[in-house]
Design a protein around this ligand. Structure first.
Ligand code: ADP
Ligand code: MG
Length: 323
C-alpha cells in the first residue's frame, strides 16, 4: 500500500473536533449530550454489488453512505450531531478516496456534523456509518405511534430510484435527461432531516423509506397494530415515472426502495400543521391514505375501489429480499 492506514485516516478523514469533546485520534470519541436531550443512534452498511454499483461516482457514493444514515435520524426527528465511519477497502485508491471524502464532507458540512472516529481495514469495499443525533428527551418519532383516524403522508416523490435501477439492469431505456434525473434520485438522495424535526409534536409516527413503500408501511402497521387504506392515485411521482406503463409505475412506487422519503402519520385535525411543516422546510408532503382500526393494508384506485392484492401483495417480500 502506498499509504498506510494512519496516513489515510489523517489525509481524508481527520478534521479538528468542533462540538465533540474528543474526535478522531484516541481509542474513543467523547460526545456530551446537551441537558435534557437523548441520543438517537443508527448504523447503515453499504456493500458493493448489493447496495451500490461498482461504477458509481465515488463522490455520489460518499454522499449516499452518509445520506442513508441521516435519513434514519430524520425519521426519528433527531438533529444530527456526529458520525463514525468504518471502511473496508480493497486497496488505497487515491482517486476513489478523494471523491468519496469530498461527497461525504459536503453533506456533513451541509448538516453541520462532524466525523468523530471509525475503523479502516483492507477488505472487499464496504462502508458502515453510524450517526448520532440529539432529541429533546421523549420526543422521538416512533413507528409505533400511528393511531386509527390519523392521516398517512409521504414526502417528496417515490419510485425514481427504482426506475433508474431498472435502466441499469437493462429492463428499459430512457431519454438521457430523464435517466439523469432518476439516476440522481438513486445516487444522491436528500435526507429529509429538517422535515423530520419540523414534524416533532405534529406527526404520531414516522419511518424513512429505504425498502419500498409496502414493506416499510408494514413496519408501522405491525408496530402500531393498525390498518391502512392507501390511495394509489395520490402517490406522488415524477413526470418521468408518470410517463411509464402502469405496471412499472406500480412496481416502482409500491416496492421501489432507496426512496429515502419520510412516511408518517398525523391526526386529521393537524392536516394544516403538516402542510405548514412541509412548507417551512421547502419539502412537498402528500396525503396518501388513512389509518384504520384493525389490521392490514388495502390499496384503492382513484374511484376508491380496492385493487386486487394479487397485483401488489408480493412487493413487501420482494423489497425485503432486495436489501
Ligand atoms: P483502535 O485500534 O483503537 O481501534 P484505530 O487504530 O483503528 O484505533 O484508529 C485510530 C483512530 O482513527 C481512532 O480514533 C479511530 O476512531 C480513527 N479512525 C479509524 N478509521 C477511521 C475512519 N475511516 N474515519 C475516521 N476516523 C477513523
Ligand atoms: Mg482499529
Amino acid at each position: 500500500m502506498p499509504l498506510g492506514e494512519f496516513d489515510l485516516i489523517a489525509r481524508w478523514f481527520t478534521r479538528p473536533a468542533r462540538q465533540a469533546v474528543l474526535g478522531v485520534g484516541d481509542d474513543c470519541a467523547l460526545l456530551q449530550p446537551r441537558v435534557g436531550c437523548q441520543w438517537a443512534v443508527s448504523s447503515d452498511m453499504l456493500v458493493e454489488g448489493r447496495h451500490f454499483l461498482s461504477t458509481v461516482d465515488p463522490r455520489r457514493l460518499g454522499h449516499k453512505a452518509l445520506a442513508v444514515n441521516l435519513s434514519d435520524l430524520a425519521a426519528c426527528g433527531a438533529t444530527p450531531v456526529a458520525f463514525t465511519l468504518a471502511l473496508a477497502l480493497p486497496r488505497v485508491d487515491e482517486g476513489f478516496l478523494s471523491g468519496f471524502a469530498e461527497g461525504m464532507w459536503a453533506l456533513a458540512d451541509a448538516h453541520g456534523i462532524e466525523l468523530v472516529g471509525g475503523d479502516t481495514t483492507a477488505g472487499p469495499l464496504n462502508i458502515c456509518i453510524t450517526v448520532f443525533g440529539e432529541l429533546p428527551a421523549g420526543q422521538a418519532l416512533l413507528r409505533s405511534g400511528a393511531r386509527a383516524g390519523d392521516e398517512l403522508w409521504v414526502s417528496g416523490c417515490l419510485g425514481d430510484a427504482r426506475l433508474a435501477l431498472e435502466v441499469f439492469r437493462g429492463a428499459l431505456a430512457l431519454p438521457a435527461a430523464d435517466f439523469e434525473s432518476v439516476r440522481r434520485a438513486m445516487e444522491c438522495p436528500q435526507p429529509r432531516v429538517a422535515l423530520g424535526q419540523a414534524l416533532r409534536g405534529v406527526a404520531t409516527s414516522a419511518i424513512d423509506l429505504s425498502d419500498g413503500l409496502v414493506g416499510d408501511l408494514g413496519h408501522i402497521l405491525r408496530r402500531a397494530g393498525v390498518g391502512v387504506r392507501l390511495d394509489w392515485s395520490r402517490l406522488p411521482r415524477s413526470e418521468v415515472l408518470a410517463a411509464q406503463p402502469p405496471a412499472l409505475q406500480q412496481q416502482c412506487l409500491l416496492a421501489g426502495g432507496d426512496d429515502y422519503e419520510l412516511l408518517f402519520t398525523a391526526p386529521a385535525d393537524r392536516h394544516a400543521q403538516v402542510l405548514a411543516a412541509g412548507a417551512s422546510v421547502g419539502v412537498p408532503v402528500t396525503h396518501i391514505g388513512a389509518v384504520l382500526a384493525g389490521e392490514g393494508l388495502t390499496i384503492v384506485d382513484a374511484r376508491g375501489v380496492a385493487i386486487e392484492p394479487g397485483a401488489w401483495r408480493g412487493f413487501d417480500h420482494f423489497a425485503g429480499e432486495a436489501r
